[in-house]
Design a protein around this ligand. Sequence first.
Ligand code: HEC
Length: 376
Amino acid sequence: MAENVQSHPATPVAEAQESYKRFGPGQRFEHIVLLVTFSGLALTGLPQSFAEHEWAKVMIDVMGGIESIRIIHRILATILMAEAIYHGGLLTYKLFVLGRRATMIPGLRDIRDVLQWIAFNLGLRREHPHLPRYNFGEKVEYLAVVWGTVIMVITGFMMWNPIATTNFLPGSAVPAARVAHSAEALLAVLSIVTWHMWNVHIRRFNRSMFTGRLPHDAMEEEHAEELDQILAGQIDEDPSPQTIAKRNMYFFPYAFIVGTLLVLGLLFFVTFEQTAITTVDPAVVVQTDQTLEVSADEGNAETGAAVWASLNCSECHGDNAQGGEGRLNVALANTALSFEDFVAAVRRGPADMKAYSVLDVSDLDLAHLYAWLQSQ
Ligand code: HEC
């Protein structure tokens, strides 16, 4: 217990308070990785999803242009995914080797805590609920991070690898993934700047994620149940070294196999396709004139098929661009148009067709599309 309790000389209140160990160096390191990757992903991601706004263009320019922020975004995403794999391994170790309790899983007691807490705040109850090591608010936040990361990885994969995606999902899945990716990002950022800010910075400045320790009064309010346990000397003991050694014999081979598979999966994820859809065309951000900088040779028919599947052109031009039905019988396959005229038609939007801007489909994607149409 001595190691768990320490007096806190730096506390600004009149008498020095006891403080209690809350996070080890490993957890604090993970938090810093999360802090840096999350902020970086938001800074490089949000301007891409709001690229038509002036503030987003300024941010993109400041960060070195669309191409560079896209690369930064992917590097940060890769670090975050590596962190998720590490976290999963550590969690498995703590649960199955050290035999710790899964203190982050919500249960009925959290519903009781919330109700008691509301009653307390309404003045209907004298006593603040006795909250455990991780209280209901922290559990919700943790699970939201897990859930959010899963959504972002899946939808990010779909945008990063559109050809692979359209092999087993309809083409509309790719733009849908983009919408979901942006919406979840906005939700995550807004909840961090409201919920997380309020709970750990404004309501009480909680430094435990950096110092590792929480002072007595904060423990009483936020983790009274754990405080009682610490004071009563009921601290989770690690199993005997023999038990740990025995469990390690199973854990390490398992961790090695699963870890290797996941890391290989991650490498596959980041290197597999060079065809990520373009969220914003460089032209929107840097160029204002309308000259076409892409040539038809840059097109790739296979990518073009994925681009075709991700747009709605087939609604009028037919599934394989052989022409739709009825009065919209305009075939595009093997078009006689030159690449320049093709691009011009798409940008202009003849007759019933809408004009597609570079925000809808980039010049480069049109080159891919053109190559695919030529190969039909
Ligand atoms: C709402 C229906 C509709 C959609 C969706 C649509 N088009 Fe069209 N498109 C047309 C119609 C109608 C024409 C023929 C206009 C005319 O009579 O000249 C046309 C003409 C064209 C032409 C000129 C063809 C030529 O030979 O002159 C191109 C190129 C073209 N579309 C490409 C596309 C692409 C690429 C997409 C998807 C990004 C697309 N269209 C989506 C209706 C549509």
